[in-house]
Design a protein around this ligand. Structure first.
Ligand SMILES: N=c1c2ncn([C@@H]3O[C@H](COP(=O)(O)OP(=O)(O)OP(=O)(O)O)[C@@H](O)[C@H]3O)c2ncn1[C@@H]1O[C@H](COP(=O)(O)O)[C@@H](O)[C@H]1O
Length: 107
């Protein structure tokens, strides 16, 4: 089983545990708005690490970001696999082409 899947299992298992004993349980108990807030903070920390810190810091902040993304997806009944499927669906289509098509539809 890969790392993401193992982590998802842990997050799902811990979600309803005692908030005093588990970070996942504690944040999960605060609901989607707080998980989302934390995710946003971690995204900012990734950008700061990329701009002014070293590669080790960027890796650590990226891990925090992905971990909290997994928590948010779990809270919404989704899996990382759902995101991977969307990325796979987009494979082979340039972002520039996709945007042009979307803009044309909006007209
Ligand atoms: N991968 C992670 C993981 N990554 C990051 N974090 C926590 O996410 C938080 C990141 O927030 P910050 O960097 O802002 O640090 P903070 O201490 O919260 O800072 P402030 O909020 O005080 O500003 C820290 O508390 C980290 O410990 C994680 N907590 C848990 N996991 C995984 O989840 C499992 C279950 O954890 P528990 O639920 O705590 O048992 C663990 O075994 C790990 O596998």
């Amino acid at each position: 089983m890969n790392t993401i899947k193992r982590l998802e299992k842990i997050v799902a298992k811990r979600a309803g545990d005692d908030p005093k004993k588990s970070y996942v349980a504690k944040l999960n108990a605060r609901g989607v708005p707080q998980i989302g807030k934390k995710l946003g903070e971690e995204a900012v920390e990734v950008v700061i690490a990329a701009l002014v810190e070293n590669k080790k810091a960027l890796i650590a902040e990226s891990a925090d970001l992905i971990f909290h993304m997994i928590m948010l997806l779990e809270a919404k009944g989704l899996k990382f696999e759902d995101v991977l499927q969307e990325l796979e669906r987009r494979e082979g289509k340039s972002g520039l082409v996709e945007k042009a098509e979307r803009k044309a539809k909006e007209k």
